[in-house]
Design a protein around this ligand. Structure first.
Ligand code: PMP
Length: 285
């Protein structure tokens, strides 16, 4: 049984309980982070901690008192759950005001802080990375502040189900003919040696993996264009891939039934995946 962290206590997962009046439950009024663990070490922890602080501040949500101890808590979760490879999920909600009300709770209301682990042995060597992911395009029907990592994930979840129904691995979301991002990852294409990915704005999540991958690509003198690209450009790209803390760099080999590169992972995506995992392991804590 897993050990879960809830508001200062480490509890067996069956004993960790949150109120029915919690704002996370009633209003999806919560933010989250997912940090990868490889070989028992945290990948990109400072990036995730920083984005959490930003999500909280954008929503005027009080930070948990344990905000300064997050690294220690993550490490304790790794130890208590014997986690070698996998994920640590962290969620903060605006807490339990004791009733349902659209207004934010009174100032003194304590936020709810939850962490749990998901074990994924050997997930850096996922078979999907060898084969390459297949995606479909779906309309992006999410709200306008996708840069805030909220737990309001119903539409991404619906899009995943559309992908599953279509027999593919994921969905890329389209707004005004342009790709915003994947259901739970940032989207890229490669054309004539240039890596193209949407610029940061309120339209997409500011991926921690995205930042690292673009940094490594830049250091390797690869050409990067941060701009929107159309679905049509993606269908005619030399390569495509997506990034996230849990998928690392994932080659995309098919979009809406159109195979890219004859349906095999491309050299840029494959190289970036290797570099990302290698470099991240070096700085893992
Ligand atoms: N976009 C969305 C919508 C996501 O949910 C995620 C995963 N959290 C990402 C991008 C990738 O972000 P990161 O690299 O920080 O995991």
């Amino acid at each position: 049984m897993r050990t879960v962290y809830l508001n200062g206590a480490y509890l067996p997962e069956t004993e960790a309980k949150v109120s029915v009046f919690d704002r996370g439950f009633l209003m999806a009024d919560g933010v989250y982070e997912v940090t990868s663990v490889l070989g028992g070490k945290l990948i990109d922890f400072p990036g995730h901690a920083k984005r959490l602080a930003r999500s909280l501040s954008e929503l005027n949500m009080r930070a948990p008192d344990a905000m300064g101890d997050l690294l220690e808590i993550h490490r304790e979760m790794v130890t208590r759950n014997n986690l070698t490879d996998g994920l640590i999920y962290l969620q903060v909600t605006r807490g339990n005001p004791g009733d349902r009300d659209f207004h934010y709770p009174p100032a003194g209301t304590a936020p709810t802080l939850v962490l749990f682990t998901q074990s994924k042995p050997g997930f850096a060597h996922a078979p999907l990375a060898q084969r390459g992911a297949r995606v479909i395009s779906v309309l992006d029907l999410r709200w306008g502040r996708r840069d805030i990592k909220t737990v309001q994930l119903l539409y991404p979840s619906m899009a995943k189900m559309m992908a599953q129904a279509a027999g593919v691995d994921d969905a890329w979301m389209i707004q005004d003919g342009h790709v915003t991002e994947g259901t739970s990852n940032n989207a890229y294409i490669v054309k004539d040696g240039r890596i193209i990915t949407r610029a940061l704005s309120h339209d997409i999540l500011h991926g921690i993996t995205r930042a690292a991958v673009l940094r490594f690509a830049d250091e390797a003198q690869m050409r990067i264009e941060e701009r929107s690209f159309t679905l049509d450009e993606a269908l005619n790209a030399d390569e495509a891939f997506f990034t996230s803390a849990s998928a690392f760099v994932m080659p995309v080999v098919e979009i809406d039934g159109t195979a890219l590169r004859g349906g095999t992972p491309g050299p840029v995506a494959t190289r970036l995946r290797e570099v990302y995992i290698e470099e991240s392991l070096k700085s893992a804590i």
